[in-house]
Design a protein around this ligand. Structure first.
Ligand SMILES: [Zn+2]
Length: 364
């Protein structure tokens, strides 16, 4: 433990810094910042600060512990006198500079495929869970009247404990379907969590499950500095959509934007359609998540994306990384990861299309 007590320093009101590291303005000096933190992040902050030619103070025990060169270290409250490079720049300047570097060093978005459409993202310092379907494998019957409805759902286990999955700051439900939101999720998620839904009807469903902080998404929303944009989708090709309008219902996707993060788009349960094309054109997402198991009710009309839909998105978003989600977890899926990978390999799309296993994470 550092020998400087935390309460001797001012901790700036900065959600990034507080969530990652405590930046403390040394009360003996206008031009030093003391970091009180564990050893690992210090190394990259140190490197970043050196690149920017900033002088940084470290608590001596921590600096020593990570083996920094002795002539770069500044010890204790007398540091000002020992620092040749200390300049008269303001605390605010240093803070702003380091704040920016911290973001570059630390705030990289992370995507975790959990199972089916259930994914978790760390975005601008917030952990957000999307479409939590948390039942155990085989807990419920297959969706009656769909392909392979003799197979029980979910068809795969969760890859991690429920407690880990629900350790988040907010939840988003793209639409209230039983493979996106269930009793297990209702029981496991804290009832006061910010919970975003597409419209009033879904808000009522979530509220009636006991949730007290349900927020209906507008077109554009702010959540703790993150811009959430609700996007439309089409839960099936025209004929099946017409035949089963009531059952398939309304769906939404979400675009996440933040000045320090890549733009991230979850298309939701939709096939390739004008709405998806428009969202790609309008928001230029760097990362696009597509629900890709080519689920079918009966007959041959898909209700979510399959190989060809992914190919269309691939062509329409030539810079984007695509993630195939909603794979191998429901009875009516008709596209496996293996078959999708073979298709991607044939078309030489592997570079930009990722097919995560359940439990797999990516950092962008
Ligand atoms: Zn679904």
């Amino acid at each position: 433990m550092c020998r400087f007590a935390v309460n001797r320093y001012i901790i700036p009101a900065c959600s990034y810094c507080n969530s990652i590291i405590r930046i403390n303005h040394n009360r003996y000096s206008n031009n030093l910042i003391w970091f009180l933190t564990n050893q690992k992040p210090i190394i990259s902050i140190y490197n970043a600060a050196m690149r920017a030619n900033l002088t940084i103070g470290f608590a001596s025990d921590q600096a020593g512990a990570i083996g920094m060169p002795i002539n770069s270290m500044i010890f204790g409250p007398n540091a000002t006198r020992n620092v040749p490079r200390a300049t008269a720049i303001s605390q605010q300047f240093i803070h702003n500079k380091l704040h920016q570097m911290l973001i570059e060093e630390y705030i990289k978005m992370q995507f975790t495929q959990i199972r089916n459409a259930t994914v978790k993202i760390n975005y601008a310092g917030k952990k957000i869970l999307i479409d939590p379907w948390l039942a155990e494998k085989g807990a419920v019957p297959g969706f009656g009247g769909t392909i392979n409805d003799h197979i029980r759902n979910p068809t795969a286990e969760l890859p991690m404990p429920v407690s880990e999955i629900v350790d988040v700051d907010a939840v988003i439900l793209t639409h209230d379907h039983p493979d996106h939101w269930d009793d297990a999720a209702k029981n496991a998620i804290p009832k006061d969590i910010p919970f975003f839904v597409q419209h009033e009807k879904d808000a009522q469903a979530v509220t009636s499950a006991g949730f007290s902080n349900v927020r209906v998404l507008n077109k554009i929303n702010d959540y703790e500095g993150i811009t959430l944009i609700k996007t439309p989708g089409q839960h099936g090709r025209p004929k099946v959509l017409e035949d089963m309008k009531e059952l398939l219902g309304d769906v939404s996707g979400i675009v996440f934007k933040h000045p320090h993060e890549k733009t991230f788009y979850i298309a939701g349960d939709t096939v390739w359609c004008q709405a998806v094309e428009d969202s790609l054109k309008k928001y230029h997402p760097d990362i696009v998540v597509l629900n890709s198991c080519d689920a079918k009710v009966t007959g041959d009309e898909s209700i979510i994306m399959g190989k060809q839909d992914i190919y269309e998105v691939y062509k329409a978003a030539p810079e984007a990384t695509i993630i195939a989600s909603h794979m191998e977890a429901v009875n009516h899926a008709t596209l496996s990861r293996k078959e999708l990978r073979e298709f991607l390999s044939e078309k030489e799309m592997m570079q930009r299309v990722l097919v995560p296993e359940d439990g797999e994470s990516y950092t962008f």
